[in-house]
Design a protein around this ligand. Structure first.
Ligand code: UDP
Length: 354
């Protein structure tokens, strides 16, 4: 059961795709939210409707710096990290630092405040899996030196640190392994398959299939994912995870293209492009653990979830139709150099002051 008590909740990455939906939902439930985001891949527009809410504080800050909050903290959701391959690979050292230092900083905050802390881990910890579907007991097949390693190994290291803080310091942890998720507020230039295909279809541009399009993924609608995250956070303290959260319906990339073209009534044709290095061939979560421990299962079909997603992108595409960059031109809006930065003061949040 999800608690009714009003809680003080910190959400890192709270202006991002998943984080901003979580902010909406938890504010609506009466909780007090501090949303921390460096606006690298997060967008202030995602949380603008909450800006004047008395229970919502936005702080532009980076989890690579130590965090401190004045007053109580009951829960921390650590969602801060670029998550699409083009975005997490464009500054790989920044990504690995976000994963590892970010984990340490939220864990230290949890240790200092007694908060429970949930790590948004990922199906990428399974790499290009030899076991199918992937259960939490599977240890994965990750290339530790490949272009995806900054994210995959960063997230694996973060999981290790979570469990070490739990064992060494007794921090109350929850680790969710999030599989491919989609919905409104994904970035148009995200580079991910659903956002690319929908935007290309809406513009009648060629649909870029990488490889032969037979590789598979399983797509969870964002509302289903939020149910799982919240249930995991509020589960019995003995439940640490890792728990897979994703939709077990497996579909090939080629089938997704056909579905998107049909739903958008697009005139787009298919354009084949090389498969990126280390691109997993198959991915499907085994969600038996989430069903058993949380009573959770996804409910929204891909057909149903695509509708609001397409509606969202239709508006975004219409808004940016003048001189819009193509989705392939996923140029960074902000870029942290990989060079070591001058140390800054720790981020101290005073509620209501941001
Ligand atoms: N993909 C594709 N065309 C695109 C974007 C992605 O064929 O325009 C493929 C990609 O190679 C991968 C799958 O779709 O096999 C899912 O890619 P995505 O970047 O969404 O996420 P991943 O699960 O690989 O992290």
């Amino acid at each position: 059961m999800v608690a009714n008590k009003k809680l003080d909740i910190v959400i890192t990455g709270g202006a991002g795709f998943i984080g901003s939906h979580l902010c909406d939902r938890l504010v609506q439930k009466g909780h007090r939210i501090v949303c921390i985001d460096n606006l690298d891949t997060g967008r202030i527009d995602n949380v603008r409707p909450l800006a004047n809410h008395r229970n919502f504080t936005f702080v532009e800050g980076d989890v690579r710096e130590p965090l401190s909050i004045d007053g109580p903290v009951d829960r921390i959701y650590n969602l801060a990290c670029p998550a699409s391959p083009p975005h997490y690979q464009r500054d790989p050292i920044g990504t690995i630092r976000t994963c590892v230092l970010g984990a340490q900083h939220v864990l230290e905050l949890a240790r200092a405040t007694g908060a429970r802390v949930l790590q948004a881990s990922t199906s990428e910890v399974y790499g290009d899996p030899e076991m199918h579907p992937q259960a939490e007991s599977y240890r994965g097949a990750v290339n530790p030196i490949g272009p995806r390693a900054c994210y995959d190994e960063g997230k694996r290291c973060a999981e290790a640190m979570f469990f070490d803080y739990h064992r060494v310091h007794g921090v109350a942890i929850k680790v969710a392994r999030i599989f491919n998720t989609y919905g409104p507020r994904m970035l148009e230039n995200d580079g991910r398959v659903i956002s690319n295909f929908v935007v290309q279809a809406l513009r009648d541009q060629p649909i870029t299939l990488y490889g032969d399009g037979t590789q598979t993924r399983s797509f969870c609608y964002v509302a289903d994912l939020l149910d799982g995250l919240e249930l995991l956070m509020e589960s019995d303290p003995a439940v640490t995870g890792p728990v897979n959260l994703g939709n077990p319906r497996e579909i090939s990339v080629k089938e997704i293209a056909a579905m998107v073209v049909a739903q958008t009534r697009s005139r787009s044709t298919l354009a084949f492009a090389p498969l990126p290095q280390d691109d997993p061939r198959r991915r499907r979560p085994d969600v038996a653990t989430a069903a058993r421990l949380l009573g959770w299962q996804p409910r929204i079909t891909l057909e149903d979830g695509l509708r609001p997603t397409i509606d969202y992108f239709a508006l975004a595409v219409a808004r940016s139709s003048h001189g819009t960059p193509r989705v392939d031109d996923s140029a960074p809006q902000r870029h942290e150099t990989s060079a070591p930065r001058a140390r800054r003061a720790p981020l101290t949040v005073v509620r209501g002051s941001a």
